[in-house]
Design a protein around this ligand. Structure first.
Ligand SMILES: Nc1ncnc2c1ncn2[C@@H]1O[C@H](COP(=O)(O)OP(=O)(O)OP(=O)(O)O)[C@@H](O)[C@H]1O
Length: 359
């Protein structure tokens, strides 16, 4: 499909730009120092400092909770870093890092519209083959593709933030060591209600009751959490308005309850929006399943980076949010009571004790 080819070409171009970036010349003594970090000294110890694959989560220091050791997790990969922080890096290496960061920024921007352009491609496929849904091989391809995109963009974002952006308190790159869940939830509520009022022409969107400790902080990427909260709240608001009618005088509130456990932070979004028939539950996790009649059309030359989310329409909200949750060892679950409403559970792993779930 034309849109999929467009995306493939972006990947090819970015790959070429990376492989063609001229390598820096590393002076021999520096090369020797770097290699030396991997070597053992006469006592059989490594010269470099070893980083475990699972370094302890710094935001849990002082708590008496330790994750249960997981299988296949025991130091399977080790990284060695130099103990000496006073190494003199040559100007050429600084220059290379600058170029590399710039190259990554261009690539990141180029790939901003990948999700919407692939969505467009799937739409083209559906129309050309007269299919209502995509089959399981495409579904699992898209799950892997988007999961790896989340991972790549996480690493690119981290590299750019650490190299180019001024340091911010409580932030290491794009990771916030003290993400305040309540503040993010409040912001997501405001944004989702605003979109809902705008879309349905309402004076007052359904209220959202927030139950959350004000000082609930944990280490996370705030952008990911905002995305998941916004998408699930938008679904609930839409379901409530469509079930009760946009003319209704009052709407039952959506409840957003946030609990802090030792292992997980769990967020429950409960609505009285009529629920989902049991037969449709597996479909909500597929890309392109939506009950919106006409999927918003995208300009063929669409390349805006800050795509404004419409109320609904692509069928991407739930499957993508679940990938974001799973990326850091969490999950997203949905339980519906048809005829009454839906509960969405968003589990976020506090411990950062899992490896990247790439297959
Ligand atoms: N809380 C809910 N109550 C009732 N139905 C829901 C709820 N959440 C999701 N759904 C159903 O699942 C479908 C898929 O949801 P999903 O968030 O993946 O996509 P969408 O909202 O249709 O589009 P978008 O990609 O813009 O989010 C929705 O169209 C809706 O029919």
């Amino acid at each position: 499909m034309p849109s999929i080819q467009k995306v493939r070409n972006w990947y090819a171009q970015s790959f070429e730009e990376l492989t063609e970036l001229p390598h820096p010349r590393i002076p021999n003594e520096l090369r020797e120092l770097l290699i030396n970090a991997q070597r053992k000294n006469s006592n059989g110890e490594r010269n470099g400092k070893m980083l475990l694959q699972n370094t302890e989560n710094p935001s849990l220091v002082g708590e008496d909770y330790r994750p249960i050791a997981r299988r296949n997790n025991v130091n399977s990969r080790r990284y060695f870093v130099l103990l000496d922080d006073n190494i003199k890096w040559s100007p050429e290496i600084y220059q290379y890092n600058k170029h590399f960061t710039k190259c990554l920024s261009i690539i990141k921007r180029r790939h901003d519209p990948v999700v919407t352009t692939v969505a467009q491609g799937i739409n083209e496929y559906k129309h050309s083959r007269q299919r209502m849904q995509i089959d399981s091989s495409i579904q699992s391809f898209l799950d892997r593709f988007y999961m790896s995109r989340i991972g790549i963009r996480m690493l690119i974002g981290q590299h750019i933030a650490l190299n180019e952006e001024p340091s911010r308190g409580n932030y290491v790159g794009i990771i916030c060591t003290k993400t305040n869940v309540r503040e993010l939830a409040q912001e997501a509520i405001e944004n989702a209600r605003f979109i809902c009022e705008d879309y349905y022409g309402l004076f007052d969107a359904p209220k959202v009751q927030l139950i959350c400790k004000p000082d609930l902080n944990f280490m996370y990427v705030p952008g990911h959490l905002s995305h998941m909260l916004f998408e699930t709240l938008k679904n609930s608001l839409r379901a409530v308005v469509e079930t009760h009618g946009s003319e209704a005088e009052r709407f039952p509130p959506v409840k957003l309850i946030i609990a802090e456990g030792k292992e997980d932070i769990t967020i429950k979004i409960s609505d009285e929006g009529g629920g989902i028939p049991r037969s449709a539950i597996p479909l909500v996790w597929t890309y392109m399943y939506t009950t919106v009649q006409s999927t918003p059309s995208l300009d063929p030359d669409f390349s805006k980076s800050d795509f404004k989310a419409p109320m609904a329409g692509f069928g991407y909200g739930l499957p993508l949010s679940r990938l974001y949750a799973r990326y850091f060892g969490g999950d997203l679950k949905l339980i519906s009571m048809e005829g009454y409403g839906t509960d969405v559970y968003l589990h976020l792993n506090r411990l950062s004790s899992t490896s990247e779930p790439l297959q």
